[in-house]
Design a protein around this ligand. Structure first.
Ligand code: ARG
Length: 463
């Protein structure tokens, strides 16, 4: 097949060639591969390891290969094992035997690690900006629903009133932690492995710092075995992506529930729903459902990668080639999910009136009633018992709490006065005015802080 098989007496079978080839998917790494090769060639020339003219010939040749790839004019020959070999063999065709000098002081082991680190660094940058876009969509909806009250749930049972803005900002916070996780992953990905050679370090006087500077790496790796063998930066991306997808899947589930006829809390824009091929009345939240479903796929990639790495002896092993498809698919899935979720949230119409209806007559102020008795001196546990009995009594009378008479209230505690029957949503919300609570004042603070993080100007009076 090629120069790397010079010690073999037989060609690989066609099935083996297909089995070992990564060209069908690692071609995606061509921009990183070429950038890495150009930086390497330039440094080899500067260090006098190859002549300046040879370095120049390599760089120009690599530029031409790059143009062919970018224009879709590059012919991918399936017998070439991977993108690294494909580029080098085209370079040979274009510039002749000097092409053979490019791989001086380099191995595909440090080369592929470099390419992947460059790729993950870019993927993280894109992910960070996509996370920000979804956060912006959530904050914009929160701003327009600063006053919209809805039932908050535990166990999916109505629990206490909250502001819709508070609910939406909970997702802002989850995404804020996702953002921090990706930003942190970037620090450990930002390490140049080139110079590690196959495993033991290159036997040439390389200027690794210059290559790192040219390619924009903050550090150079400190151990060659580790640098060619580990893919923990891929694991970190996949772990952060999995957690982020789990957050999206929860948001997705709420949109599915809330857009049902039973809830009616949100109308999803037509652009984010689909029809049924048989039931003409249907408007299905397929986009949200797919977001929920695709989380499983990203989790699978994390587990696959953990399993691939587990128990591998140092240093490079071909198993590592299995890192790419998992990573690429996770990046594509996460970026597209974040993009469609941003659009779906921006265009969603939250139904304030329907939320308000859901707050009436469902005992949602029961905690406030217990708090009322506590303020009159009753220990909380007793107050809880009193209100529990009152709620159960109201149920037997088929009346909401507010329709019971004062005399009925007083059957359960003499501490009840007429004002107990005047508890309101507004008072309940306003009472939760500790930091992190759902009171309008606190939610306004959250919005203010979120806008500051997102770089959105906030006017003073909006607090
Ligand atoms: N295609 C390989 C990979 O993705 C490149 C490195 C191959 N190195 C080797 N010694 N066979 O990991």
């Amino acid at each position: 097949m090629s120069h790397i098989r010079s010690r073999f007496s037989k060609e690989a079978t066609e099935a083996v060639v297909r089995y070992t080839s990564s060209l069908s998917f690692d071609r995606r790494l061509y921009p990183q591969d070429i950038a890495g090769s150009i930086a390497h060639a330039r440094m080899l020339g500067r260090q006098g390891i190859i002549s300046p003219a040879e370095a120049e010939a390599l760089i120009q040749g690599l530029d031409s290969v790059n143009s062919e790839l970018a224009a879709g004019r590059f012919e991918f020959r399936s017998e070439l094992e991977d993108i690294h070999m494909a580029i080098e063999s085209r370079l040979l065709e274009l510039i002749g035997p000097v092409a053979g000098k490019l791989h001086t002081a380099r191995s595909r082991n440090d080369q592929v690690s470099l390419d992947l680190r460059l790729y993950v660094k870019e993927a993280i940058q894109q992910t960070l900006s996509s996370v920000r876009n979804l956060q912006k969509a959530l904050v914009a909806q929160a701003e327009s629903h600063r006053k919209t009250a809805m039932p908050g749930y535990t166990h999916l049972q109505p629990a206490q009133p909250v502001l819709l803005a508070h609910h939406l900002l909970a997702y802002f916070e989850m995404l804020e932690r996702d953002y921090a996780r990706f930003a942190d992953t970037l620090k450990r990905t930002d390490v140049l492995p080139l110079g590690s050679g196959a495993l033991a370090g290159a036997a040439y006087d390389l200027d690794r710092a210059a290559v790192a500077a040219e390619l924009g790496f903050a550090q150079v790796s400190r151990n060659s075995l580790d640098a060619v063998a580990d893919r923990d930066f891929v694991l970190e991306y996949l772990a952060a992506a999995s957690i982020c997808m789990s957050h999206l899947s929860r948001l997705a589930e709420e949109l599915v529930l809330w857009s049902s006829a039973e809830f009616g809390f949100v109308r999803l824009d037509d652009a984010y729903t689909t029809g049924s091929s048989i039931m003409p009345q249907k408007k299905n939240p397929d986009v949200a459902e797919l977001g929920r479903g695709k989380a499983g796929r990203v989790f699978g990639h994390l587990l696959a990668m953990l399993t691939t790495l587990k128990g591998l002896p140092l240093a490079y092993n071909r198993d590592l080639q299995e890192d790419k498809e998992a990573l690429f698919d996770a990046v594509d899935t996460l970026l597209l999910s974040l993009e469609v979720f941003s659009g779906m949230i921006s265009t969603a119409q939250f139904q304030a009136a329907q939320m308000k209806r859901a707050l009436v007559d469902n005992g949602i102020l029961a905690t406030d009633l217990a708090d009322y008795l506590v303020k009159k001196g009753l220990p909380f546990r007793e107050a809880h018992g009193v209100v529990g009995r009152l709620v159960s009594y109201a149920e037997t009378q088929s009346k909401p709490l507010r329709k019971l008479s004062l005399a009925e209230y007083q059957l359960f505690s003499p501490l009840f006065d007429d004002d107990a029957r005047r508890l309101s949503l507004a008072k309940s919300l306003a009472a939760r005015s500790i930091p992190g609570g759902t009171a309008p004042k606190q939610v306004a603070r959250q919005i203010w802080r979120a806008k500051k993080i997102l770089g959105i100007p906030c006017s003073a009076q909006s607090i």
